[in-house]
Write a protein that binds this ligand. Structure first.
Ligand code: FMN
Length: 218
């Protein structure tokens, strides 16, 4: 059975009500098996054109994390079990598209060249985009990965905090992202909530009533 249902509701709804953006973490570490599952879920996330224009960095090194957290109001940057950095591509190059489409052919047991039309179409499309457009597009795809990570973490009962409150220039420098043609798009801490000391742990969720948020046009 692909989904578990409780009282006719998918278990996921319960897990999404359980999760919140944790401000204060306990010392407890997330197992590598759970982190691996979250990473796998992110890798399985859909992306526009299917070419995954971002990479993920999983950081535990305390010195690196301390440096990354300099000047940020988000203590979760260093005071949590793991830090995930979603790093978007600065540019979508023809070489990247070429290699990715070749990999697709391979993984789908297609003849070499079977996806030439797709390849040419993508190369042409991205050749007329500005670097700024590439960055915005890559960031959008990275944020979809972030959404998956939040859901995967909730399913595993791992706490997580999505964050934009960080210094992207510092991240690019400390992680050497620019040399890799990447930039820090958004980040996510993983860990376990410090229930007694996190003021948000006992707060009810604040969300719009469904009928103010969602509209049906039948
Ligand atoms: C893209 C994004 C960036 C966020 N940046 C931060 C941040 O820098 N620091 C922080 O404590 N929370 C951050 N949050 C958490 C939001 O404030 C939180 O998700 C929102 O208030 C809804 O609450 P909930 O996630 O606890 O249900 C961010 C959330 C998202 C989705």
């Amino acid at each position: 059975m692909p989904f578990q249902f409780i009282n006719n509701k998918m278990e996921l709804i319960k897990n999404l009500k359980w999760r919140y953006a944790v401000k204060k973490y306990s010392e407890k570490k997330v197992s590598e098996d759970k982190v691996d599952q979250i990473v796998e879920a992110i890798n399985l996330t859909a992306s526009s054109c299917g070419i995954q224009p971002y990479r993920l960095f999983v950081i535990t090194n305390p010195e690196v994390r301390k440096r990354l957290g300099e000047g940020s109001f988000n203590a979760q940057l260093h005071a949590s079990s793991h830090l995930l950095v979603f790093a978007g591509f600065n540019e979508i190059t023809s070489e990247y598209i070429f290699d990715y489409v070749e990999m697709m052919e391979d993984q789908r047991n297609l003849e070499k060249g079977a996806l030439n039309e797709l390849k040419d179409m993508l190369i042409e499309y991205f050749s007329v985009q500005t670097p700024g457009q590439n960055v915005i597009w890559s960031d959008k795809q990275a944020y979809i990965g972030l959404g998956t990570a939040l859901i995967a973490a909730a399913e595993l009962k791992v706490d997580a905090t999505p964050m934009e409150g960080f210094d992207p220039k510092l991240f690019n420098e400390v992680l050497g992202l620019s040399e890799k043609g990447l930039h820090a798009s958004v980040i996510l801490s993983l860990g376990y909530r410090d229930e007694a000391n996190d003021f948000l742990a006992s707060m009810p969720k604040a969300r719009l009533p469904i009928n103010e948020f969602s509209f049906r046009i039948s």
